[in-house]
Write a protein that binds this ligand. Structure first.
Ligand code: SF4
Ligand code: SF4
Length: 289
């Protein structure tokens, strides 16, 4: 929950450094208890943990069948660090990238970040590791998404899209609304057409992409499966149904969550959990960038 970026739409970088002393030094017991198929190491900025390789490797050894991803802003990711995390058990690097140019550096408060990400992503991919860009669709990057997807495809890097939400700290600056609806629908058509020609770059399901305009119109009625399909464990051992909800107690006291009617976000992790397993989804899952 600590971060060295300074995004205006997230408060993790304001976490007191004193909280470091309260962070768990192993998540292996939690991994054994939940025995998940998918583990995502996220933040804040996980690479701030000098013991990240040990944390990853202990969880990797604790359970047998899993897919491990790591979400990072990429500012501290080098080819060498990627290799050591890969050897520890990371199976995919998900690097946040919302714009191809310096607008991304400005949004994160890290000079030179977008250039660094593009160079490192290519190098890490070239060394045989799996890389995706995690791209958030916002009010001001609708025209940037397709160029970003094409740039990723040229590097054989994947892209996973999510929709901006103000739930992190109430910042409504980048929310999509009625004014963006037409361009958003065009973008979804472009993305679906791209997927038909080149499956594997975009890891979003057709269902997720098709549902984005519906979500922005406030028409998503399906209950969210957070807390049932997925749980979030914070650095201190607290459990939440999703990263943006309050902690409900220690993970050891988890007794399941009831379904919830919540529409506060349409991140890919929420939307994909409710995507039906259609033929196109199966084809997505077996394709690579
Ligand atoms: S959005 Fe990510 S990079 Fe930005 S402050 Fe929050 S955790 Fe850090
Ligand atoms: S929709 Fe689901 S994942 Fe999103 S904020 Fe609500 S409970 Fe959390």
């Amino acid at each position: 929950m600590r971060c060295n970026a300074s995004c205006a739409f997230c408060d993790y970088w304001k976490t007191s450094p004193e909280m470091k002393a309260k962070e768990l030094t192993s998540f292996a017991d939690a991994a054994r208890a939940f025995d998940p198929m998918l583990i995502t190491w996220t933040g804040g900025e996980p690479l701030l943990r000098k013991d990240l390789e040990e944390l990853v490797n202990a969880v990797d050894r604790a359970i047998s069948t899993k897919w491990t991803t790591l979400i990072t802003h990429g500012g501290m990711l080098s080819l060498e660090r990627a290799r050591s995390l890969w050897d520890a058990g990371v199976g995919q690097f998900s690097i946040s990238l919302d714009y191809l140019d310096e607008r991304h550096d400005k949004a994160r408060g890290i000079p030179g970040l977008s250039k660094k990400i593009l160079a490192n992503a290519e190098a890490i991919r070239g060394a045989g590791m799996t890389v995706r860009f995690n791209t958030v669709i916002k009010d001001d990057n609708l025209d940037d998404v397709m160029p970003l997807v094409r740039a990723a495809a040229a590097m054989r890097v994947g892209v996973n899209l999510s929709v901006y939400t103000d739930f992190k700290n109430g910042n409504r600056d980048h929310l999509l609304g009625a004014a963006h609806q037409q361009r958003l629908e065009e973008l979804v058509r472009e993305l679906l057409a791209f997927k038909k020609q080149r499956r594997g770059t975009l890891s979003n399901s057709d269902y997720y992409l098709e549902s984005i305009p519906k979500y922005v119109r406030g028409e998503m009625k399906e209950p969210c499966r957070s807390g049932q399909e997925t749980v979030h464990i914070d650095p201190y051992g607290g459990i939440r149904r999703c990263p943006d909800f309050p902690v409900d107690g220690h993970w050891k006291d988890y007794a399941g969550y009831a379904p919830i009617k919540c529409d506060r976000c349409f991140y890919a992790c929420r939307g994909e959990a409710q995507a039906p397993l259609r033929v196109d989804r199966f084809l997505d899952l077996v394709a690579s960038p």
